[in-house]
Design a protein around this ligand. Structure first.
Ligand SMILES: [Zn+2]
Ligand SMILES: [Zn+2]
Length: 320
């Protein structure tokens, strides 16, 4: 089978290797679609914290069951790519998304940019009618869903989403579905225009929001978000960056504000998103701007990083 490996930043090499063999409790899966996310782009560029090489990227996956004791052959599925230990206190408290020794498939361990993978059955979610493209979008949408679960929005609440990359877009979409009044802050005019035209939100104009959500992962943007919180407000950080964040304690105190981080997602978030696809509340076509085939894989990051391409969401299809 073929696999694409990032041996060092800036390279993606094609390798021919044996199809992995399955062990009991695990399934052999054929990878159908791979969504490309900011994490993959940063890892390829060499500026992802705590990342080591060589590494096979890819964690937003649609797969087909090839060999399994649990699932039906030929069935399409997605995977929860956060492999938890099951024995730490955090796992016991049913927060596997932030397990103390979490291994993210395609980040800490080799991921899905290859034709076949073997994954433990408990991380596999059968698609039950979802298309391969939809299944590959479930993980990034679940990241947004988890951030919103942390925020516990109320209907009619004023929400500011900062950043209109894929996670920001998904957050806007889901916050709207949950009945919030959403505005967006995004310095890139074409991304902002995409939000206004496709998601029906307006550019940030209010002075205060009861919930602010960061989906930029940019230090300056994150620090500016504190002042956007209303009194009694909440601030959820979905985006991640490497530096220390500073903010005015008196301003934070005055608001009796709540600051939260949001890491990965849980089974509930995955199921919530899959049901939104089933209810046609979310459509894959709305977000996939670039589709790549197997032969195009080595050049994808060059293309995605080209600003003139205006990539919203890129996806590789390994199907013939
Ligand atoms: Zn991702
Ligand atoms: Zn654990």
């Amino acid at each position: 089978m073929q696999q694409w490996i990032c041996n060092q930043p800036g390279t993606l090499s094609l390798q021919e290797v044996e199809i992995p063999s399955r062990i009991p409790g695990f399934s052999l899966l054929r990878v159908r679609n791979i969504g490309i996310c900011g994490t993959d782009i940063h890892a390829f560029a060499g500026n992802q914290p705590f990342f080591s090489y060589p590494r096979i990227l890819g964690h937003e996956l649609a797969v087909e069951i090839v060999e399994s004791d649990t699932f039906e052959m030929g069935e399409l599925a997605t995977i929860i790519p956060y492999f938890n230990c099951t024995s730490c206190d955090v796992c016991a408290a049913r927060k596997p998304n932030c397990c103390e020794s979490l291994q993210v498939f395609g980040v800490h361990i080799d991921g899905g940019m290859r034709e076949y993978i073997v994954v433990e059955d408990r991380y596999i979610l059968p698609g039950k009618g979802l298309t391969a493209e939809e299944l590959a979008l479930v993980e990034p949408l679940s990241i947004a869903a988890h951030g919103l679960r942390r925020a516990a929005l109320k209907k009619g609440e004023k929400v500011l989403v900062m950043g209109a990359g894929p996670i920001g877009l998904f957050t806007i979409l889901l916050a709207k579905i949950q009945g919030a009044l959403v505005e967006v802050a995004e310095p890139n005019s074409s991304r902002l225009q995409f939000c206004v035209e496709n998601l029906g939100v307006s550019e940030a104009s209010a002075t205060a929001y009861s919930t602010v959500i960061d989906a930029t992962g940019n230090l300056n943007a994150i620090e500016s978000g504190f002042a956007k919180m209303a009194h009694g407000g909440k601030y959820v950080l979905i985006g991640l960056q490497k530096q220390a964040i500073s903010f005015s304690h008196p301003e934070f105190h005055k608001r009796e504000a709540t600051l939260m981080s949001s890491r990965n997602a849980t089974l509930e978030d995955f199921e919530y998103v899959m049901n939104l696809f089933r209810g046609e509340k979310v459509k894959a076509n709305q977000f996939i701007s670039h589709r790549f085939t197997k032969n195009q894989v080595p050049g994808i990051f060059t293309k995605i990083n080209d600003p003139s391409e205006q990539v919203i969401k890129a996806m590789i299809s390994l199907a013939e």
